[in-house]
Design a protein around this ligand. Structure first.
Ligand code: TXA
Ligand code: MG
Length: 334
């Protein structure tokens, strides 16, 4: 066990919290920091020994590569081979922001970061604390989401503390993450970009800049984005995703008749009509649903309920990313 320092981002020039967090990164330690999507678990992307500590703290399988975070375009260019021109077009519109570009690595980042792949995922976060930290550390920072492997991603410093206290050097607290789901991962090694993971930037938004393909992302032994084959975002109790909301009340009652305490994750509209032992609320629109999602999943504790049934949401924007996470968090879909 190590002492995990709590640092508070103050968003000012010469912020002492940023200075301290950056010094940990520079000396090969791991620091959790806020981004606009979720909190990240950061370490120097060029230092294999530092990256190893991330995998240990998370309990992450070694074949799942990490995203590298940069403050500026030129930092990205320094890590990759020549790339298609549409990447710069996309960057002009979406970066800094919740999008990750998978590009051909030039070998600069530590080999543990890419998990042996020839490509590297790079993103430029927009959160002021992330930007300040990247500038102060003055190097690329590899960072997966700051949760234990398999658990819901953290969207505030308390979530990070639950999973990482005693395992990392410091947690930089910069408040709640605004987007709430991870970045969109987009393969930019081919003629057209291909979405590997839905996220904060939607396929429709990308399509306005350049024609994008959405791969059927399925679990297989060698998926293009290795992370998608693992169980993810699992709450502490079983979660069942229900396609037909009109069946929800009957399903809940059937379970209660078996002496189970049943939770329901539902829209505000459904919450008014439904009876359950505990109601978890999605929120009012897709943005709010995304912002609340991981906190909702983390609130599902065995002390309150035995099982949770979740209403399927309709997706038009960031809701696609929410649905993707719900499907992967779910024990089953009925
Ligand atoms: O919003 C985010 O992306 C957050 C914040 C902290 O930046 N990070 C994040 O990292 O979600 P992580 O490690 O939880 O998820 C990274 C995903 C995984 O599914 C991984 O397989 C994929 O990105 N990935 C990373 N590098 C890749 C590469 N070179 N090729 C294909 N997929 C890659
Ligand atoms: Mg993750």
């Amino acid at each position: 066990m190590m002492q995990t320092k709590q640092l508070y981002f103050q968003n000012k020039i010469n912020d002492p919290a940023i200075k301290e967090a950056a010094s940990y990164i520079q000396s090969g330690e791991v620091v959790a920091f806020p981004t606009e999507t979720v909190y990240g678990l950061g370490a120097d992307a060029t230092n294999n020994a530092a990256i190893k500590k991330i995998f240990q703290a998370k309990g992450r399988p070694a074949d799942n590569p990490l995203i590298v975070h940069v403050a500026e375009r030129k930092q990205m260019v320094a890590l990759v081979e020549e790339y298609p021109t549409y990447v710069d077009e996309l960057m002009k519109v979406f970066s800094p922001g919740p999008i990750t570009y998978v590009l051909k690595s030039n070998g600069t980042v530590a080999n543990l970061v890419t998990a042996g792949l020839e490509t590297v995922g790079i993103r430029m976060p927009s959160h002021p604390a992330a930007r300040a930290l990247l500038m102060a550390a003055n190097r690329p920072v590899a960072a997966p989401s700051a949760n234990l492997s398999g658990k819901p991603s953290p969207t505030n410093a308390t979530h990070v503390k639950e999973d990482m206290d005693g395992k990392i050097a410091a947690i930089l607290d910069g408040g709640a993450a605004n987007v709430g789901v991870e970045s969109t991962v987009i393969d930019c090694t081919g003629e057209y970009p291909v979405i590997l993971r839905h996220g904060g930037v939607t396929a429709a938004q990308i399509n306005e800049v350049i024609q994008v393909e959405t791969k059927q992302i399925k679990a297989s032994n060698k998926p293009k984005s290795p992370g998608v084959k693992y169980k993810h975002y699992m709450p502490d109790v079983p979660l069942i995703l229900v396609n037909d909301v009109t069946k929800l009340q009957e399903i809940i009652q059937t379970e209660q008749a078996k002496n189970k305490r049943v939770g329901a994750l539902v829209s505000d509209q459904t919450a008014e009509k439904i009876k359950a032992d505990k109601i978890y609320r999605y929120g009012k629109d897709e943005q709010e649903i995304a912002r609340n999602l991981y906190n909702n999943l983390r609130q599902m504790q065995v002390k309150d309920v035995d099982i949770v049934y979740a209403e399927k949401i309709t997706a038009n924007t960031v809701g696609y990313a929410v649905l993707d996470r719900l499907q992967r968090a779910a024990d089953s879909i009925i």
